[in-house]
Design a binder for this molecule. Structure first.
Ligand code: HEC
Length: 155
């Protein structure tokens, strides 16, 4: 019995260690704090509402790409962490949310990639930082620990 407990404990510890320190781990991921007001402008500038809806941000002047805009923010979205939020902006096809099942429209291309536009060639890193600062409070995502300047240490 004792051996079994030890065995289970060792397996558990190695799994947990693998999760937090593996090469794919988000540990050590940190962006500087962004500016929400500027982020709001970035959201408008890149016309995210052409495909998305966000509470309080309707823009009827845009040509809508989907009949049912994909909602951003709230608690029901697939984005659960800060890292996922950043990822969904810079790498939209990464782990596409299975929401496609209840959105009738096709939100992926033939090759399975997301129909979301990739802004990586046009959006500056600062814009991304501010955009995420603006979007994050709309989600109930866990805030990240920002870099504390002066006491920065590797990972
Ligand atoms: C051409 C249409 C299109 C545009 C423009 C677009 N998106 Fe998307 N976006 C999508 C699609 C399609 C998805 C995938 C939905 C899914 O399956 O998760 C998505 C997903 C997302 C998600 C994850 C959804 C969630 O809450 O779980 C975020 C965040 C997001 N987009 C942010 C943005 C931001 C910010 C902009 C503007 C800079 C933008 N999108 C512009 C189509 C678009």
């Amino acid at each position: 019995m004792k051996t079994l407990i030890w065995f289970t404990a060792i397996i558990l510890i190695s799994v947990m260690a693998a999760c937090s320190y593996g090469p794919d781990s988000t540990k050590g991921f940190s962006l500087p704090a962004g500016n929400e007001a500027t982020g709001e402008k970035v959201f408008m500038k890149y016309q995210c509402q052409a495909c998305h809806s966000l509470k309080g941000y309707a823009d009827d002047s845009l040509i809508k790409e989907f009949d049912t805009p994909i909602p951003l923010g709230g608690t029901s979205s697939m984005v659960k962490t800060y890292a996922q939020l950043v990822t969904s902006v810079i790498n939209p096809s990464h782990k596409l949310a299975p929401r496609s099942r209840y959105i009738d429209e096709k939100i992926t291309n033939e090759d399975g990639s997301s129909k979301m536009r990739v802004f990586n060639d046009v959006m500056t890193v600062q814009e991304l930082i501010d955009l995420v600062a603006f979007l994050q409070p709309k989600y109930k995502v866990e805030p990240i620990t920002y870099t504390h300047y002066g006491q920065y240490r590797m990972l």
